[in-house]
Design a protein around this ligand. Structure first.
Ligand code: URP
Ligand code: ZN
Ligand code: ZN
Length: 489
């Protein structure tokens, strides 16, 4: 598949964007898309006779996927996430994800700059895929506040994550969130939040431990739906009172989604992300024998089938904008740190490689979402919100040639034996899917073709981003008018 030419023609595929599905060829020159249209062969042959022709007949052609929530090499709960920027972005490319937005998380007591320098160093020279960062703010104080403007304007980072959970480690209080919203908002930044009530969780954890209840299933019982619903509502209210946009990461349940739905009644648009695991897996996995349930210990935990139904409905209603992974793998040996105490199981699981194939197979093929929604959820809306459009997230002239050729008929089975995550288990072991990524271009270069990766570590580029983009989203059309002037609930 290697070609000496910088030019490529992708011929005969069905080109899918967030709004259109058309039969078209795509002509790529260097790193960019130069033309999209019918019968580009003659143009191509006259201008680039030595170029590479890639046959996409019978395939969909999607924009490269954007996973807006990953944690490569995250130091967490006494260990490190097992994928680094090399192995993690390579696994992503195999599944069609060409860009990630990872989290540079502040250590309490240290600066945001310190976190950013640490994450720049983790990624540089290693990433195969393109990457951007959110900054995780765990300690908002006058010194931190003074760093925000430069991070937005010089580093090109317009989103700041706060944790309303992980008490004693990452959690911040409401006043810190309010102040961060005000500060970031001045320069086009937005606050994004892990919404779970940390005190509620901490109380439950202590109770179960004191009762000698140590198995993985108590992790889920210690993180109830109400803890997520309460914190989601509170976060939404904090944003509303300051007139700020907000984005909830890894939303999992009906209760939290209802808070989002309620906010639309006062014409507030709340942006939300769910993750593929919350759409497809449920909490019965915690009932697996012995310590098996630890594989799905992450926060928030898996929920009930009624929550999965709510999430699919939320997508359909335009209340959920992105489907991410929260990719944060730990090997089984690392999970065993919590064999005698569920609260010591490192929180997280692998997922980046199969996000798009799972959503296609279980979402598009089952009729739950359309092809255009698939593209919106896996790529375009993340690009739009997080300031990566028009270079990333769509197929248009002038955009980066991040292109996925996807065979909708190929069947395959997910297994830790064949996946590319640096993790010795798969959260979806044995799942049989229909639809597979065949070829991936990243900025015009062949990243993956028929199971082989052609990029070297260091090809991936850091992406500075524009301001958080909070207007012009389809969900706004669902907002109801207030019942009376001044009504705010
Ligand atoms: O369990 C999880 N989600 N681990 C990663 C950290 C986070 O909360 O996103
Ligand atoms: Zn989180
Ligand atoms: Zn996360």
């Amino acid at each position: 598949m290697r070609s000496s030419s910088n030019n490529k023609l992708i011929r005969g595929g069905t080109v899918v964007t967030a709004s259109e599905t058309t039969q078209a060829d795509i002509w790529v020159q260097g790193e960019s898309i130069v033309a999209i249209g019918n019968n580009l062969t003659s143009l191509f042959e006259s201008q680039a006779p030595d170029g590479l022709v890639m046959d996409a007949e019978g395939c969909y052609v999607f924009p490269g996927g954007i996973d807006p929530h990953t944690h490569m090499e995250l130091p967490f709960m006494g260990t490190y996430a097992s994928d680094d920027f090399e192995t993690g972005t390579r696994a992503g490319l195999y599944g069609g994800t060409t860009t990630i937005i990872d989290f540079a998380i502040q250590t309490q007591g240290k600066s945001l700059r310190d976190a950013l320098e640490t994450w720049y160093a983790k990624a540089a020279g290693k990433a195969l895929g393109d990457y951007a960062f959110h900054v995780g703010v765990t300690d908002f104080n006058p010194e931190t506040r003074a760093e925000i403007k430069d991070i937005i304007q010089k580093d090109g980072i317009s989103s700041f994550k706060v944790f309303m959970a992980y008490k004693g480690a990452l959690m911040v209080d409401d006043r810190q969130i309010l102040q961060l919203m005000d500060e970031a908002g001045q320069y086009g930044g937005a606050v994004i939040a892990h919404c779970e009530n940390g005190d509620m969780i901490d109380e439950r954890v202590q109770k179960y431990r004191s009762q000698g209840k140590t198995e993985p299933k108590y992790h889920a019982l210690a993180h109830p739906e109400i803890a997520e619903a309460e914190a989601s509502g509170r976060f939404i209210d904090l944003a509303y009172q300051g007139g700020h946009p907000c984005y909830i990461v890894h939303l999992t349940c009906e209760g939290a989604l209802n808070r989002v739905r309620e906010a639309s009644r006062r014409n507030q648009t709340v942006f939300t992300e769910t993750c593929i695991q919350y759409l497809l897996l449920d909490d019965t996995l915690y009932e697996r024998p012995g310590f098996e349930g630890a594989q799905w210990v992450f926060s928030p935990p898996l929920r009930k089938p009624k929550d999965q139904a709510a999430l699919w409905a939320g997508i359909d209603q335009g209340l959920i904008h992105t489907v991410a992974t929260d990719h944060c793998p730990f090997c089984l040996e690392q999970k065993r740190m919590g064999e005698k105490d569920f609260s010591k199981i490192p929180n997280g699981a692998p997922g980046i490689e199969h996000r798009m194939e799972l959503l296609y197979s279980e979402g598009v093929r089952t009729g739950k979402i359309s092809l255009n929604q698939f593209v919106a959820l896996t790529s375009t809306q993340a690009a739009k919100l997080f300031g990566l459009l028009p270079k990333k997230g769509t197929l248009s002239v002038g955009a980066d040639a991040d292109i996925v050729i996807f065979d909708p008929t190929e069947k395959h089975t997910i297994s830790a034996k064949t996946h590319h995550h640096q993790c010795d288990y798969s959260a979806y072991e044995g799942w049989q899917l229909t639809g597979k990524t065949r070829t991936v271009l990243l900025r015009g270069h062949i990243a993956v073709d028929r199971g082989e990766c052609f990029l070297e570590p260091g090809y991936g580029k850091y992406l500075p981003r524009a301001a958080f983009h909070s207007t012009d989203f389809p969900s706004q059309k669902f907002a109801e008018k207030p019942l009376m002037a001044g009504a705010n609930r």
